[in-house]
Design a protein around this ligand. Sequence first.
Ligand SMILES: C[S@@+](CC[C@H](N)C(=O)[O-])C[C@H]1O[C@@H](n2cnc3c(N)ncnc32)[C@H](O)[C@@H]1O
Length: 287
Amino acid sequence: MKYRHAYHAGNFADVHKHVALIALLRALQRKEKGFLYVDTHAGRGRYALGSGPARDSGEAQSGAVAVLAALRGSGSAPEELVDYGAVIDTWRRAADARHDYPGSPIIAAQLLRPQDQARAIESQPAEFEALRKALGRHSRVIAEHGDGYQRLRALLPPASRRGLVLIDAPYEDTRGDFRAAIQASRDALTRFEGCVIAIWYPVKDARDTDRWLQELARDLPRPALAAELWIHPPDSRAGLNGSGLAIVNPPYLFADRCDIWQAALRALLDPAGTGGTRVVSLVGESR
Ligand SMILES: C[S@@+](CC[C@H](N)C(=O)[O-])C[C@H]1O[C@@H](n2cnc3c(N)ncnc32)[C@H](O)[C@@H]1O
């Protein structure tokens, strides 16, 4: 595997995914009862933005760096974006890491309560070692070295009968990763039908992603939606045009709030206005 998330950490898609992740974790925390968070593709947890791969690619500059700067000067952003800015800034202060960016397991570690549990699975040995170090010994998030899909099968259903799964594959083998995400969601729902599942996917050509969304929705026994933010027209040849999240068992009012924060986030990420956003129902209530 050649994929290294360090080149893409903090880019517009990471920001989109992490705002949604924080909103999902907060939604589960509306109830006192604990839950299990499973991060099937965890990454290394902590990324230096000022040096190495992230500096070489420059992707974070127009992503997290721009968004965090704009949020610090804004008094009127939607609460999900304010929360995102606060979570990143709080971690940076606590970790003495002003120019670093936290990955999904570190973000979860910031938010989990004593009654919540989490597993973060990473398959690449060097990334896993970095993740273990980034989480530290006292984290509520337990890092595991292995295959995220296999571990997911073993971890569900959780004893608490409440859970959130993030499937954030690298899409290096694009067709294979799209197929595996559908299979993993179906397996997860068979074991635990109330599981909230968030699948991140790249939007390159909208016709391909729409076909995949239809395939995901076919025979899905639970409500689901797709939330997308794109910064280039969804049929342009720019490469990664947009960022998508398919969410199974979305929390109450998640779609309505998503409409609001995605539009505000797009304005920060895409000042030229060539992109767009959408939230569509895949299974369940039409919108
Ligand atoms: C997109 S990155 C994850 C980023 C992370 N979720 C975040 O938001 O900070 C994908 C990661 O999945 C790892 N990976 C690839 N296949 C995997 C598998 N089958 N199981 C677990 N990890 C895998 C890659 O090594 C890479 O670090």
